[in-house]
Ligand binder design. Structure first.
Ligand code: IMP
Length: 215
């Protein structure tokens, strides 16, 4: 296992929502973590068919380009009644012909698919958010940390907070959607906390315990 020398690495993402969450999660650690956007790196095409493959594509591209270790997150919403869709294509469901993204449209598409599948009762609307963090090095070595948050899809969307599909996802054990939760509630986690709620915070907790000396 390569050491994380020099306390510097790249956060290989261009997604503002993810970058905000990683900035919060990384704040307690003394690492310099600049984003792929700050390095002016292009967004690689995500050609994989698993979260792990796409996480590796993003992390390795940034590590190779900068010569620094890079961490990425590939994530998505896995809906049981839709045989796991949108899954690795979660971001693609928001894509418009002009290349921009519209998550209102993506949430509507998910709801339409659930209605078509006859999934109208809460028990039929189970799913999970998945996040896979990949830490990759310029020589291609890589490691993975996976976090999942189980919950239910709700309609109509609730709340204005968070990003992406947050307004239609209510995690198990809560009445509020991620879109109604503060950042602290959704992905707040700091060294010493036994639990994390969101998929990203759960994946990050494993990464921090293995790599950032927070165990
Ligand atoms: P990718 O990992 O860049 O391929 O995109 C993952 C997509 O999943 C994002 O664009 C979001 O739409 C969605 N997603 C991932 N994590 C979250 C989250 O925490 N809340 C809401 N949507 C999310």
């Amino acid at each position: 296992m390569h050491p994380l020398e020099g306390k510097r690495f790249v956060v290989a993402s261009h997604n503002e929502g993810k970058l905000r969450e990683f900035a919060d999660l990384l704040a307690p650690f003394g690492f310099e973590a600049k984003s792929a956007r700050e390095y002016g790196l292009p967004e690689p095409e995500e050609t994989g068919t698993t979260f792990e493959e796409n996480a590796y594509i993003k992390a390795f591209a940034a590590a190779k380009a900068t010569g620094l270790p890079a961490m990425s997150d590939d994530s998505g919403l896995v809906v049981d009644a839709l045989d796991g869709a949108p899954g690795v294509y979660t971001a693609n469901w928001a894509e418009k012909p002009d290349g921009s993204r519209d998550f209102g449209m993506a949430m509507q598409k998910t709801e339409d698919a659930l209605q078509k599948a006859g999934a109208t009762e809460p028990a039929q609307r189970t799913g999970r958010f998945v996040a896979v963090i990949c830490l990759a090095f310029p020589d291609g070595e890589a490691e993975y940390y996976r976090g999942e948050a189980e919950g239910k899809l709700v309609w109509p969307p609730r709340g204005e907070l968070g990003f992406g599909y947050d307004p239609v996802f209510v995690p198990d054990g809560y009445d509020k959607s991620f879109g109604e939760m503060t950042a602290e509630k959704k992905h707040g986690w700091k060294p010493g906390d036994a639990e994390a709620l969101s998929h990203r915070a759960r994946a990050f907790k494993k990464f921090a315990e293995a790599r950032l000396g927070s165990a």
